[in-house]
Design a protein around this ligand. Structure first.
Ligand SMILES: Nc1ncnc2c1ncn2[C@@H]1O[C@H](COP(=O)(O)OP(=O)(O)OP(=O)(O)O)[C@@H](O)[C@H]1O
Length: 336
């Protein structure tokens, strides 16, 4: 790991709220997928976001990246990038401002590489479409730069002449990462970038992400539900449950001293070699975010739940240096 960053925030998220608002057959429905999330990502660090399916991870990063489409709306709070002064969220900046920063300062690696690569065009043209206007120079100079970058990510430049379907899943994902990093952006959002890959290719791609991040000194917001990947890759880690952040801190600290009962459960569920014991699951299911439980959203499943948890939302408190947690059992009397 590269260490815990330079303590200079590149992204500051404050009380961010993003809801899906739908209106079907006369019924209004509001899914509070992100509901009051606060954290920051420093320069030169990988900040991981963990949490089970439907906890709001993708909605959170889409809101941060300004990729808002109805029925998703940012309804409150802010998500400020240091390279976009004057705007409290990308989604509130005009399209020309967004175009100028996308790929150059902020890039996004998604789970399905085919979302970025045009299936009808050779890979070389995807590079020209996305990066040429940012990097400038003649076509020959630009192509030489792309070839050098392909070599850096250990891809044979002949890949540039292939169509995406001719490449394996691992190679396609490497191409996507090459696209996302060629402009040396300050900030990369990676949403489950290795989930669809087999473990050997996954390890290789994760090693490549870390190597490029170290070389460029950029920041990465890395989303995966796989705690093993977080342990191996991230510098700091945030745990999401039902649209809220419940704990965050340096990754080794979270793994060695988890404070929130949900984090403890996630870590305890990790398989260990030689372990023959049956692991206990959590009772119940994640809440419906259109009608979440009052108080702490984890209380219906929590082994430590107390009466206060059913009515009062616990505040996210720095309980140990650099280690925040939102739990009444850990921080008695701390409400939002
Ligand atoms: N288009 C939509 N309309 C209404 N609700 C939605 C929509 N898309 C997602 N949601 C809801 O928002 C909540 C958060 O979903 P989100 O995809 O952000 O979670 P996630 O943690 O990224 O899950 P996963 O790991 O499965 O991708 C879920 O309750 C989901 O059902």
């Amino acid at each position: 790991m590269s260490g815990a960053g330079d303590a200079v925030p590149v992204l500051q998220v404050r009380d961010l709220q993003a809801h899906f608002r739908t209106h079907y057959f006369g019924v209004n429905r509001e899914v509070r997928a992100v509901d009051g999330v606060t954290f920051e990502v420093n320069r030169n660090e990988i900040y991981g976001l963990a949490g089970e399916s439907s906890s709001g991870k993708t909605t959170l990063v889409k809101t941060i990246a300004g990729l808002l489409k109805p029925p998703l709306e940012m309804v409150g709070g802010s998500a400020r990038f240091s390279f976009l002064p004057g705007w409290d969220a990308i989604g509130r900046a005009p399209p020309e401002v967004v175009r100028a920063i996308r790929w150059r300062h902020l890039s996004y690696i998604m789970q399905g590489s085919m979302n970025v690569l045009n299936p009808l065009r050779r890979v070389r043209y995807s590079f020209r479409d996305f990066a040429w206007r940012h990097l400038g120079g003649s076509k020959v100079e630009f192509d030489a730069r792309v070839v050098a970058h392909m070599e850096r990510v250990k891809l044979d430049p002949s890949v540039l002449d292939a169509y995406p379907h001719e490449l394996s899943g691992g190679m396609r994902q490497r191409v996507t990462i090459a696209l996302a990093t060629i402009c040396k952006p300050d900030f990369i959002i990676a949403d489950e970038p290795t989930t669809a890959l087999d473990v050997v290719v996954q390890k290789d791609v994760l090693g490549m992400i870390r190597a490029i991040q170290c070389e460029m000194g950029s920041s990465i917001l890395f989303i995966t539900h796989d705690m093993g990947v977080h342990a191996a890759l991230t510098d700091r880690l945030g745990i999401m449950y039902a649209g809220r952040l419940v704990e965050d801190g340096e990754t080794p600290e979270i793994f060695s001293r988890p404070l929130h009962p949900y984090t403890r459960h996630l870590i305890a569920s990790l398989p260990r070699i030689g372990d023959t014991e049956q692991r206990e699951g959590l009772d119940g299911t994640p809440p419906n975010l259109a009608a979440p439980p009052p108080g702490c959203r984890f209380h219906p499943r929590c082994p430590l739940a107390m009466p206060v948890c059913t009515t009062i939302v616990p505040a996210m408190v720095e309980t140990l240096p650099g280690h925040r947690v939102a739990c009444h059992a850990v921080n008695p009397g701390m409400a939002t």
